[in-house]
Design a protein around this ligand. Structure first.
Ligand code: GAR
Length: 219
């Protein structure tokens, strides 16, 4: 997949870590253009830490409750990433707002997955809001992080249908499955250099032929 050295990735988590697990699984293939160098959680009890340790990966906890303000917490996270020689950071269900200092320090080297088709449904409760609006397609986005929440150059997106009888849980499960396919694919594009930030857009080289439109509901 890549000729160059694998990019050293730090994964920031707060919870169960299913997206982190998808990245770990993809990176287990030595041809994947990134390797997971560190999994770092702001919550000591995050399930993601056990999953990462079980995969034999280095883990760290930087407990936000131990810091007086956001920037001192962010500086501790930054120090742990630098100590692990991390070159690229993936947010994977990391539920802390990062300061402009951190975002600028990692500018164009910090990516996030969000459970909606941005720029629609920034913030929390995306599935509930999509259902309330009656949208027929929903999905997820991997994007480069900017200081404003859920804003930044889009690397890749996955769309899923919203079906009759969906509730937030069923829709979340469908989107989450798409997230697990999308995040490794987007990281591969970004880490290999095929996806490049150009201002506030991401340009993709060697883009495959576009598939037919996803029409939902189909007639
Ligand atoms: C995922 O659905 C992710 O997109 C979302 O949190 C979940 C984490 O699940 N992230 C956000 O809402 C960030 N704004 P996971 O811990 O199983 O990967």
């Amino acid at each position: 997949m890549t000729a160059g050295p694998r990019r050293r990735v730090g994964v920031l988590v707060s919870g169960r870590g299913s997206n982190m697990a998808a990245l770990i699984e993809a990176a287990a293939d030595s041809s994947f253009p990134a390797e997971i160098a560190l999994v770092l959680s702001n919550r000591p009890g995050a399930g993601a830490l056990d999953r990462a340790a079980a995969a034999g990966l280095p883990t760290a906890v930087v407990d936000h409750k131990a810091y007086p303000d956001r920037e001192s917490f962010d500086r501790a996270v930054h120090a742990a990433l630098v100590a692990a020689n991390v070159k690229l950071v993936c947010l994977a269900g990391f539920m802390r707002l990062l300061t402009p200092w951190f975002v600028e320090t990692w500018r164009d080297r910090l990516i996030n997955i969000h459970p909606a088709l941005l720029p629609a449904y920034k913030g929390l409760h995306t599935h509930e809001r999509a259902l309330a609006d009656g949208v027929k397609l929903h999905g997820c986005t991997v994007h480069v992080v900017r200081a404003e929440m859920d804003v930044g150059p889009i690397i890749a997106q996955a769309a899923v249908p919203v079906v009759e009888g969906d509730d937030p849980d069923s829709l979340a499960a469908r989107v989450l499955k798409a997230e697990h396919a999308l995040y490794p694919a987007a990281l591969a594009l970004f880490a290999s250099g095929r996806a490049v930030v150009d201002g506030e857009r991401v340009r993709i080289s060697g883009e495959p032929a576009a598939p037919p439109a996803l029409v939902w509901p189909a007639a």
